[in-house]
Design a protein around this ligand. Structure first.
Ligand SMILES: Cc1cc2nc3c(=O)[nH]c(=O)nc-3n(C[C@H](O)[C@H](O)[C@H](O)COP(=O)(O)OP(=O)(O)OC[C@H]3O[C@@H](n4cnc5c(N)ncnc54)[C@H](O)[C@@H]3O)c2cc1C
Length: 490
């Protein structure tokens, strides 16, 4: 079933549901059509900004009746074009931004109930004001929304300790494709009453319904925290270090990120305020956040001294203030920007079993260098949970455009090398960013066939008119998925 474009009668009906402040004509709605990677421009017949679950329900029911497509929109920070129509048709974009209330906070239940349009950073702040932590942290946290985080099952730097967004959600409220409302916001940690629809909606990228609110898990705030950066001889040494710290200090590692020397060089090249905290260049390092009881730094120092003696780390620096901690973390968190500025021709969101990380990195770099030994690779990311991002750059002093012109098809070739190596290492082509409109052909190629068939059966059963985020995750009629996939990198 192909979703239709709304006619003027439906547009008027939608406008009257959301009221005069609740919509925006498409010619003045530029921010809803922007791609954070700068590759695409979205489009829509209208952008709707409902202010309540009831309005969302009425909008969805009206669109379903007319078989008109709806694209849910959170903060627009997704990297796989899930929040934007790029094939030319004109659906309705439905932004949740006006639904940004914190409905309740309960210290006894250790939960916050937040509407879908709440910015992630504002939920973290509310939690801190109550002496608690909301354990999701992404570099985009100042603009992404909890609805978008849940819809894409976001990961980020604290998965090691707090899990993915899925693990932080106890209950959900959502509008289903026929307009009915799923009320499942109970903050229960145990609830085995039939299928858990929360987990079907989380990670479904807006293809099964619109998340309007969620009950989220909070954790106690640690007494003390330490930021440390260590130079390591190889990615495998980073993993040994992680295991050593966890063996000695228990579940105190909140974040543990691998960085390449190239990544740090690019960070300092494009961001003047940043500097390499070590005396000279190096190949690999980790930046980590260890949190726990008062004085945890002393326990950590003991572990690091032993690791230094055994040659598993080469050097280490501790942040001595909050601003030093932020400076170390910026070297990692600005990767999205500096990779783009350096002209990445290909980027990946790979996960492999932790035991396969070193093999994956070695095989990938060898294969890329075999293609052209001038190509440069920045491999970095959430090494503790197996999620490694690979960005490939043209040889030094060659621009992205010139290199692509000289080597047509290079983006697809490098992408296939990474995908095939991922597959060989038993991994996933999308660890945390999802499928959106860019990775459909790869999903079709690498996913288990039974899984794909069951996904399609569920989609057809729940959304028979195909109105929810048409063209995302599932193959759409006539959509040139191969071409989209090839042009997605950077
Ligand atoms: C600098 C930067 C760093 C990033 N780092 C990370 C990272 O470390 N880890 C990570 O996982 N991601 C990361 N991302 C990607 C992105 O921030 C996440 O995917 C985020 O969860 C998207 O949230 P959003 O509100 O911007 O959603 P959007 O981009 O607006 O939408 C994402 C998807 O969810 C759907 N959607 C949005 N809201 C709803 C809703 N209420 N109900 C149903 N469907 C909905 C959209 O249709 C779309 O398919 C990063 C992005 C940037 C720009």
């Amino acid at each position: 079933m192909q979703a239709k474009t709304p006619d003027s009668r439906l547009l008027n009906r939608l406008k009257s549901i959301v009221g005069s402040k609740g919509w925006c004509a498409s010619d003045s709605a530029g921010k809803y059509f922007a791609d954070p990677r700068g590759h695409f421009r979205g489009n829509a017949s209208i952008v709707l900004l409902p202010s309540s679950t009831q309005q969302v329900s009425q909008v969805v029911a009206a669109c379903n009746e007319a078989q008109v497509g709806i694209i849910p929109f959170g903060g627009g920070t997704g990297g796989v074009a899930g929040h934007m129509e790029i094939s030319g048709s004109l659906p309705v974009v439905l932004s949740l931004e006006r639904m940004n209330a914190i409905r309740s906070v309960s210290i006894d239940d250790e939960t916050v109930v937040a509407e879908a349009g709440c910015i992630l950073a504002s939920i973290q702040k509310i939690a801190e004001q109550h002496g608690r932590r909301f354990g999701l942290s992404l570099a985009s946290e100042g603009s992404c929304t909890i609805g978008g985080n849940l819809a894409s099952n976001a990961g980020g730097i604290q998965v090691l300790r707090y899990g993915n967004c899925r693990d932080l959600c106890l209950g959900i409220e959502a509008v289903m494709p026929d307009g009915s409302v799923l009320n499942d916001l109970k903050p229960l940690r145990k609830n085995n009453t039939g299928f858990d629809l929360r987990h079907l909606l989380i990670g479904s990228e807006g293809t099964l319904g619109i998340i309007t609110a969620s009950a989220l898990k909070l954790s106690p705030l640690p007494e003390d925290s330490v930021t440390v950066m260590c130079v390591v001889p190889a990615p495998g040494s980073a993993l040994k270090l992680l295991h050593k710290i966890r063996n000695k200090l228990g579940e105190t590692v909140t974040a543990f990120e691998l960085m390449s020397g190239l990544g740090v060089t690019l960070a300092t090249k494009y961001f003047e305020a940043l500097r390499n905290p070590f005396d000279g260049p190096f190949e690999w390092c980790v930046v980590a956040e260890i949190e726990g009881h008062k004085g945890i730094q002393w326990s950590l120092e003991e572990v690091l001294e032993q690791e230094l003696e055994q040659g598993n780390i080469v050097d280490a620096v501790f942040a001595e203030s909050r601003s030093q901690s932020e400076a170390l973390w910026n070297l990692r968190e600005l990767a999205y920007e500096y990779n783009q500025k350096e002209g990445a021709i290909c980027s990946s969101d790979t996960s492999v079993p932790v035991s396969q990380i070193e093999k994956f990195i070695e095989l990938t770099i060898t294969a890329i260098r075999y293609l052209d030994d001038g190509l440069r690779a920045n491999c970095y990311g959430h090494i503790g949970d197996g999620n490694i991002h690979v960005n490939i750059f043209p040889p030094q002093d060659v621009s992205k455009q010139a290199y692509i012109q000289m080597h047509p098809g290079i983006q697809e070739t490098t992408r296939m090398i990474i995908n095939e190596t991922t597959h060989q290492c038993g991994g996933s082509i999308s660890a945390e960013h999802g499928i959106g409109r860019l990775r459909i052909s790869e999903l079709q190629r690498y996913a288990d066939k039974t899984k794909l068939a069951v996904m399609q059966t569920i989609k057809t059963a729940i959304d028979p008119n195909g109105i929810m985020n048409p063209g995302a995750v599932f193959e759409a009629h006539g959509q040139p998925t191969q071409i989209l996939s090839a042009s997605s990198e950077g």
